[in-house]
Design a protein around this ligand. Structure first.
Ligand code: UD1
Length: 418
């Protein structure tokens, strides 16, 4: 298992291109199962999670070629012969569960390993299953698997989600596009990745309206066709680089971003005093020596994203004053705190709230990435520390950040992978 060595204290300068979004490519890859033939996905990030999803689709019978130089994946789904997503794959990546909706819709049958808990919380799939059930599927769970079956076709229904779950919205949406009649998903998630998935489904011939609002309407269709689709830029990778520029007192131009997707992060960084300017498709971030403390509470979109909470906790340890961070989405998403404390941060946790006493300089230390965004938070602290930091278990970071160390090096950071 690799480690990152960081020799911090260098202000980041220059420009960085943001990759396609991890959380958009995973559902769009699953959506390819809805058609028969070759779909092409563009601006695909070369991430461990993408390879895992490709492995899963291959095990179902898809033929995949991934050109990592051109950032393009071709998925040929002409011969899908399997309907089981095995434990080994679902266990390494929860998003594997997203094949359930498309398999059920196209094959009438899907058997998917139940995802277990993960580092950040228990993460059930009850909302996905309620949705499939409402569409007419018979659901059985046993021996660690969920088996869903339908006689004939799924039938459109009105589905209210108790919580606007991103994964449940995507899975139900993918099942509904091949169902008979109309489906309405109420209290749907409104994340940009949902809109991206809907755009791909529409280019496959689906009738979907309202994606990006809390009510999505689908009119089912007999058959969908393969499509070509370009993935949206990764708003969480962009947010992480914005914080990196801000914390190192740098001056960084982020290219290939959609500023609208970054509103909550931009607003909080500006409130802390960071200078941010937006141009079409680009954002410039200029850090300052002493940003101010701000309070943050995570919410479903368009609120502050939970996937940026760990990075902001790092930032607020560096900012002057006391801040409060409230995590409302996941029950156990403060694993980075004990590692940040080993680097000198002063943070107290009370339930889902972190109270951060900022303005204390980070010291380099040996620390461990406990999950993807926790790993990002440690990189940020390491970039800011005036001496050496060693981060282990960086496979978590490789799941969701494309060539993180190369991008940081190009901005002047002293970071290497051992
Ligand atoms: C997606 C993102 C993840 C992000 C999360 C929240 C992908 C691949 N991952 O994960 O990076 O952190 O959205 O923005 O897109 N829940 C239930 N029952 C369910 C489903 C969810 O109770 O059936 C709960 C979860 O336990 C959690 C909350 O809803 O507390 C949010 O989960 P959800 O929006 O489903 O997240 P994911 O789709 O798993």
């Amino acid at each position: 298992m690799g480690v990152f060595l960081i020799d911090g204290g260098i202000p980041l300068k220059g420009s960085v291109r943001i990759s396609g979004a991890k959380n958009a490519i995973l559902p769009t890859l699953a959506a390819c199962l809805l058609t028969e033939g070759k779909s092409v996905l563009k601006d695909v990030p070369d991430l461990e999670d993408v390879h895992t999803m490709c492995g899963l689709l291959t095990s179902l019978g898809a033929n995949i070629s991934f050109n990592t130089i051109q950032k393009e994946i071709t998925v040929d789904t002409s011969h899908i012969h399997e309907h089981t997503a095995p434990y080994e794959l679902v266990n390494t990546m929860r998003a594997s569960f997203l094949v359930m909706g498309p398999l059920l819709a196209r094959k009438g049958r899907a058997r998917v390993s139940l995802p277990g808990g993960c580092a950040i919380g228990s993460r059930p799939v009850d909302l996905h299953l309620k949705g499939f059930s409402a569409l007419g599927a018979n659901i059985n769970t046993g021996h660690g698997y969920v088996e869903a079956q339908v006689r004939g076709k799924l039938t459109g229904a009105r589905i209210y989600l108790d919580f606007p779950s991103v994964g449940a919205t995507e899975n139900i949406l993918m099942a509904a596009v091949l169902a008979k009649g109309q489906t309405t998903i109420e209290n749907a998630a409104t994340e940009p990745e949902i809109v991206d998935l809907a755009t791909m489904l529409v280019s496959m011939g689906a009738t979907v309206t309202g994606a990006g609002t809390d009510t999505i309407r689908v009119t089912g269709t007999e058959q969908l066709n393969p499509a070509e689709h370009t993935i949206i830029p990764d708003r969480i990778e962009a947010g992480t680089f914005m914080v990196a520029a801000a914390m190192t007192g740098g001056n960084v131009l982020l290219k290939n971003v959609l500023p609208d997707h970054l509103k909550p992060v931009t607003a909080k960084l500006r409130e802390a005093g960071v200078e941010i300017s937006e141009e079409l498709g680009c954002i410039r971030v200029k850090g300052l020596e002493k940003p101010k403390a701000v309070d943050i509470k995570t919410h479903p979109h368009p609120g502050f994203p939970t996937d940026m909470q760990a990075q902001m906790t790092s930032f607020l340890s560096f900012a002057e004053g006391t801040s409060m961070v409230v995590e409302t989405i996941f029950e156990n998403r403060f694993m980075h705190v004990s590692e940040l404390k080993r680097m000198g941060a002063r943070i107290k946790i009370d339930g889902r709230t972190a109270i951060i006493e900022g303005g204390i300089p980070f010291m380099g230390a040996q620390v461990k990435a406990t999950d993807l965004r926790a790993g990002a938070a440690l990189i940020l602290a390491g970039l800011c520390a005036k001496d050496k930091t060693e981060i282990s278990d960086i496979y978590h970071i490789d799941r969701g950040y494309e060539k993180m160390e190369e991008k940081l090096k190009a901005l002047g950071a002293r970071i290497c992978r051992l």
